[in-house]
Structures are given as C-alpha cells and as structure tokens.
Design a protein around this ligand. Structure first.
Ligand code: NAD
Ligand code: GLY
Length: 351
C-alpha cells in the first residue's frame, strides 16, 4: 500500500493506493462509530458479498445508478435516511462507487450536522484517478452540472485496483477521459501514455498511472483547494465536455474526451497551443475513444451544447466562455471566447 498525504486548511487527508488497502484500512475506519454507506445499484449488485463482509452492521443507501440521480431529490433521500438511522456528528459516511456516488455522498457528509467524516472508496477508473480526490462534492440542478456543492475533503480515500476488474470497457474509456486530461497537464504521464499507446485498455498499465494522476492532483489541490488559480487546470476539456455530456447524454469521461478534442483544436486554431504538440494530444484522445468504439455522437445540434456552456461555473459576468486548454507538453493556459465565437468554433471543430 502506498500513501499520499493531501493537506488543506480544513483537513490532512490520506489517499491509500494498492490491492491491500481495503484489508489494511477498512476494519480500522469502520470501527467505533455508526457508519453510513452510499453506493449505487450496479455496485451493490456486483459486490453484495463484499458489502456483507465489511458493512453488515452499517446503514446502506443504494442510489439508482446514473448521472440523472445526482440530484437534490437523491441528496435529500440520503439525508433523510441518515437522520432516520440516528447518525451523529461522530458518525462516518463511506462512498463506495463511481464519481456520482462520491460526489453526492461527499456533499451529504458535508451537510449532515454541518459536516461528518467521509471516506471515499472509488470503484471506477475515473473515480480512482480523479473524482474521489480533492474534495469537490456536488449535485446537478436545472440541467447544470455540479452547480450546487461544497469543497469537503474526505479523511481517507481507499483506491483498490481490484474494483476495476468488473468495469465494462466503456467505463475504462471514461476513466481515460480524466487520465488523458492529466497527460495534457503532466509531461511524465503524457510520455507514459504515448509510449504505451497500445495498452490503453490494459488494467495493470492503467492502475500503474493511478498514483501519478493522484500525486499530480494532490499537489494542485494543496496549492489551490478552492480553485482560484492552478486548480482551474484540472478542468481541461471540461467546459465543452460538460456541455456535450448534458446535451448528448454521453458519460462524463466521454464528454471530457470529446471536449478536450474540440478545445484542443480551438486552442491550436487560436494560436495558444503548439500545433505539433496539440496534434500528438489529439492522437492520444482518439486512441482513448477507440478503447470502446461507438458511433460518433450526432454533433449536428452542437450549437445547443454551446448554450449549455453559458451556465458553466468557470464563466464570469462578461459573457465569455472560459476554457482551460493544453498549451504545450506539461503546460496549460486559459482561453476566453465571446459566446458567438465559441459557438462557431464548436460547429467548426466538432466535425
Ligand atoms: P458513475 O459513478 O456513474 O459510474 C459509472 C458506471 O459504472 C455506473 O453505471 C456505475 O454503477 C458503474 N460502476 C461503478 N463501479 C463499478 C465497478 N467496479 N464495476 C462495474 N461497474 C461499476 O460515473 P464515473 O465515471 O465514475 O463518475 C462520473 C461522475 O464524477 C460525474 O458526475 C462527474 O461530474 C463526477 N466527477 C467529479 C469530479 C470531482 O472532482 N468531484 C471529477 C471528475 C468527475
Ligand atoms: N476534476 C476537477 C477538480 O477536481 O478540480
């Protein structure tokens, strides 16, 4: 087991990575207080024996699987069940699942009695390399992604590669969305991906990248927990990605891959991304999309996705659409375009 410490003003959290993390940490973490577990219907069905083994005395809330349940109604149901089950300030919430479970359970933990301890146990590649770390918690509202949330750090994150064995190929592709994002920000991750381009569906290879992604994220979050500066880099591809996700119904990681592809093309055309480097990043993105190939989404209505980008959290009051984009190997920058120009770029570069 490897351990990374993530220290912010509110918490000194620990991220444990390895096949032995559950045995090494879970018995201690669940001892001595009431425990409340949030998971989703797929994870609960796949891992019923695991839940029986580790959480037979805990309250378990099973959320229907899917982004559409990352909403206020589900949040309220979780909080009602926590109250009814007699959870206290000393109780602990365990989020066992992908990014949807992690985001909503983390938000519930931040709200219940103004904050109870939270442990993240991510079970998707995307959640392991990214969403379980860094304390962003949220639900979607009125068709806007993650618009209601809190920065609330988990006390521990247990990252076990064993959970990845049951992931369908499409979810591996989604995890690659965030891994390629880290490649766009970190030269070491970029080189590893590029030199192992035929291993993008190889779980052992991907698990070997988890620690690098988490170390990168932990360092960024330690320096800028509330996203006033460097943390904005972690949104590479996400402005357009979120808009595509909402408009097309693609998963988050797929939206990020398409978003990065379009935004990288925009950045090259605007002269802010080195063309040669940008093209090698585009090649990585295409390889990731090919891990679980599907027909290309219908981008004929991409202008509607531009409308969704208007509500993005990163925008200011000047009407411009803000994006974090790749600049060169290991370097990013921000790009703000007037809405009409952004919309025209989407129509041009979604092809
Ligand atoms: P998800 O949570 O919907 O999980 C994807 C699918 O995989 C679901 O159907 C789930 O039931 C299933 N699943 C989970 N674990 C499994 C396993 N071990 N085996 C088989 N199936 C399994 O989606 P995700 O891709 O994990 O996360 C996306 C969410 O994360 C989005 O809501 C996104 O906004 C959020 N996110 C948050 C952050 C953050 O910093 N908080 C960062 C990135 C993404
Ligand atoms: N996934 C973006 C962040 O955690 O900041």
């Amino acid at each position: 087991m490897k351990t990374i410490t993530l220290k912010t003003p509110s918490m000194e959290g620990r991220i444990h990575i390895g096949a032995d993390v559950i045995e090494m940490r879970l018995p201690t973490l669940r001892a001595g207080q009431k425990n409340f577990v949030v998971t989703d219907s797929n994870v609960y069905a796949l891992y019923s024996a695991w839940f029986e083994k580790y959480f037979s005395n805990a309250e378990i809330f099973v959320l229907p699987a899917g982004e559409e349940y990352k909403n206020f109604t589900s949040l309220q149901s979780i909080l009602i069940k926590m109250t009814g089950a007699g959870m206290h300030r000393t109780s602990r919430v365990f989020a066992v699942g992908g990014g949807v479970v992690g985001d909503i359970a983390g938000l519930a933990a931040s709200l219940f009695m103004r904050g109870v301890s939270c442990v993240q146990i991510p079970t998707t590649l995307l959640a392991q390399v990214d969403s379980s770390v860094g304390g962003k918690t949220a639900v979607d509202l009125c068709g806007v992604k993650n618009v209601v949330g809190a920065f609330y750090q988990p006390c521990e994150v247990l990252v076990s590669p064993d959970f990845l064995k049951t992931l369908p190929a499409r979810e591996i592709k989604c995890g690659l969305g965030e891994i390629v994002k880290y490649a766009a920000l970190n030269a070491e991750i970029f080189d590893k991906l590029e030199s192992n381009i035929d291993k993008l569906a190889d779980l052992d290879f991907l698990a070997s990248l988890t620690e690098l992604c988490i170390r990168h994220k932990a360092q960024v979050v330690e320096g800028d927990e509330k996203e006033n500066g460097e943390r904005k880099s972690l949104n590479v591809g996400h402005t357009t990605g979120h808009a595509i996700e909402l408009e097309s119904g693609l998963s988050h990681g797929e939206g990020v891959l398409y978003g990065m592809r379009i935004e990288t093309k925009i950045a090259i055309a605007q002269g802010v991304c080195n063309r040669k480097y940008g093209e090698s990043l585009l090649a990585l993105i295409d390889k990731a999309l090919a891990v679980a190939p599907q027909s290309m989404p219908d981008f004929s209505q991409i202008g509607q996705a531009a409308e969704k980008a208007r509500a993005d959290k990163k925008n200011a009051d000047d009407g411009k659409i803000r994006m974090a984009v790749a600049q060169d190997k290991g370097a990013w920058t921000s790009l703000a375009l007037p809405f009409e120009e952004y919309k025209n770029c989407l129509i041009e570069y979604a092809k």
